[in-house]
Design a protein around this ligand. Structure first.
Ligand code: NAP
Length: 530
């Protein structure tokens, strides 16, 4: 068994692939030389094959260039000469374009790609000729939307009827639920043994490019660099392999993910997938760019999809979508973790946001003195929460639960008042905060985004007011050391970073998703790169 080094340094055994789905790197160079360099880069990146996009070449003399591209390619290659009318860059004579593809076959190309609209003409022109080893992919691209399952099935039948060796269609995902139809078609094609490349383009189609490995797609595309795409929404090959553990995704792999909008910046997939890889847990955790949560949960209701983290702006909607809601989440009014029951498929909603922050604050307040571990050191303390949004509610609720006297300060006073009434506390405006110091040794928790990148010079409270606080927590974790935390440290207060909150809620969710203890050290290592 081969040994490979994982992203975070520990050595893991590289299991055999759990799927037969190939990873293809699109080669989009403007010159043949650049293409040759990129082919070798693709091989070094562990790609299975490349797609040579002949239409991206500036000067293409096909007799000469095709021969050297085919002979010097270190990987099997698909030759594609995409015309303008199918979203490509070639706007020349159609006969010459098809001549080039025929020549690629004669020269021994592994695959050529012909558009459905040109397929009959192309097949007519090669009838009776030897195809050598070449396989013909007949493709169709829809840059507007993803049709119904029925229309997609008809499209597949039409492509098959041309005599294609491999069926390819790419549609545009206007919503993440469009991808479910792609999976349906791919699964059905496995039954009828049609090799199929079925992908949804755009940010909302990302899961089609990852989970095709689970549903049996023939190949997916992974780029050499971010943005060097041949179609919208392609991930890098590095992300496919290292972030999503693509080779380890198989038919039985369970799917989890983070639901949000936006969501692409989330590091949660890295965190969970590293953890799954470290113990060989058969699951993949993906980014889920969701517009309508109820529609998403209804569409992906199968037992393949087992759990979701929920972030802005869906935490309140999540509360309404769950069949069962944990009493704490109900009190907070927000769900940030949904687990699908393996027995009856019911959705159970939790809120894990406050656990990490509150327990880290308690740990720091306790210091080395664990003798009083039973009682919370927050009991009786004056706990000032800045903000009344999702994180504010969670912190206020958590502090109250521990016996603290809670004060809410918020830009919009009415929201502060509402939350204070809910948990039984006081309300302030943000402007009143600088002069609020009824006692010494208070606890301060910022739960607004003030001080977050890129506005790292901002802070919600002036430094002179911090001397009345013995501990300051900041939910913001980019940067880890915010201006508020720096000011607090200089004022002599203890500090707790937003990273602790992030870690604490991740531990909780991991345990709920897997039923296993969270690999805390690994999580900390992964997030240390933040
Ligand atoms: P949210 O529900 O949208 O609430 C945002 C809160 O911040 C509201 O109280 C809002 O006041 C206030 N706010 C926003 N911009 C402000 C500004 N320029 N000046 C004054 N107040 C402002 O968001 P959330 O989910 O609670 O998240 C808030 C922050 O916590 C974000 O930075 C998020 O990244 C962070 N967070 C961190 C973790 C973690 O694990 N560390 C977890 C969750 C959230 P109004 O009511 O007046 O609009």
């Amino acid at each position: 068994m081969e040994l490979a080094s994982s992203t975070y340094g520990q050595t893991v055994s590289e299991e055999t692939r759990k799927n037969g789905t190939l990873i293809c790197v699109p080669i989009m160079g403007e010159s043949v030389d650049k293409m040759k360099i990129d082919m070798h880069k693709a091989k070094a990146s562990d790609a299975d094959l490349v797609e040579i996009r002949l239409d991206s070449l500036k000067n293409f003399s096909y007799v000469e260039d095709l021969n050297s591209l085919i002979k010097e390619c270190p990987l099997p290659a698909i030759f594609t000469y995409r015309p303008n009318w199918e979203g490509g860059m070639y706007d020349g004579d159609e006969n010459k374009r098809l001549d080039a593809l025929r020549l690629a076959i004669e020269l021994g190309a592994d695959y050529i790609d012909v558009e459905l609209k040109a397929a009959h003409r192309f097949y007519d022109s090669i009838r009776g000729k030897e195809l050598n080893k070449s396989k013909v992919i007949v493709s169709s691209h829809n840059y507007q939307y993803t049709p119904s399952v029925e229309d997609l099935a008809n499209l597949v039948a039409e492509i098959q009827a041309t005599g294609a060796d491999i069926v390819k269609f790419a549609t545009t995902a206007l919503d993440v639920t469009d991808v479910a139809r792609i999976f349906q078609i791919t699964t059905h094609s496995q039954v009828s043994r049609v090799p199929i490349i079925a992908l949804a383009m755009g940010d909302k189609g990302l899961i089609s490019r990852i989970l095709c490995a689970k549903f049996g797609g023939y190949l997916t595309f992974g780029t050499l660099e971010a943005g060097l795409v041949s179609a919208p929404g392609q991930p890098t090959i590095k992300d496919l392999l290292n972030l999503y553990n693509f080779r380890q995704v198989g038919p039985d792999t369970k799917v989890l993910g983070i639901i949000g909008k936006p969501v692409g910046h989330s590091k949660s997939p890295l965190l969970y997938n590293e953890a799954f890889k470290s113990i060989g847990f058969d699951a993949v955790y993906v980014h889920l760019l969701v517009d309508d949560l109820a529609n998403f949960l209804q569409t992906y209701s199968s037992t393949d999809f087992v759990g979701f983290s929920v972030t802005i702006p869906h935490k309140e909607a999540a509360l309404k979508c769950c069949d069962v809601v944990d009493p704490i989440a109900k009190s907070i009014g927000a769900v940030n973790c949904i687990v699908k029951s393996s027995t009856d498929g019911k959705l159970i909603g939790y809120n894990t946001d406050y656990v990490g922050a509150i327990s880290s604050i308690e740990d720091v307040l306790r210091g080395e003195d664990y003798s009083k571990a039973a009682a919370s050191p927050l009991a009786g303390k004056l706990f000032v929460v800045i903000g009344a949004g999702g994180a504010g509610k969670a912190l206020a609720y958590g502090a109250k639960e521990k016996g603290a006297r809670v004060v809410i300060a918020n830009r919009t006073y009415d929201r502060a008042r509402e939350l204070a009434n809910l948990i039984g506390g006081e309300a302030l405006t943000l402007a009143e905060l600088d002069n609020y110091h009824p006692e010494n040794g208070m606890i301060l928790a910022n739960t607004t985004s003030i001080g977050m990148q890129p506005k790292i010079d901002e802070t919600p409270i002036s430094k002179h007011a911090l001397k009345y606080y013995s501990l300051v927590f900041d939910a913001v974790y980019t940067p880890k050391m915010t201006r508020l935390l720096k000011d607090a440290e200089e004022s002599g207060a203890a500090i707790v970073t937003g990273l602790e909150m992030l870690l604490g809620q991740a531990y909780e969710q991991y345990e709920k998703f897997t039923g296993l203890p969270a690999p805390k050290e690994l999580f900390r290592k992964v997030l240390a790169d933040y």
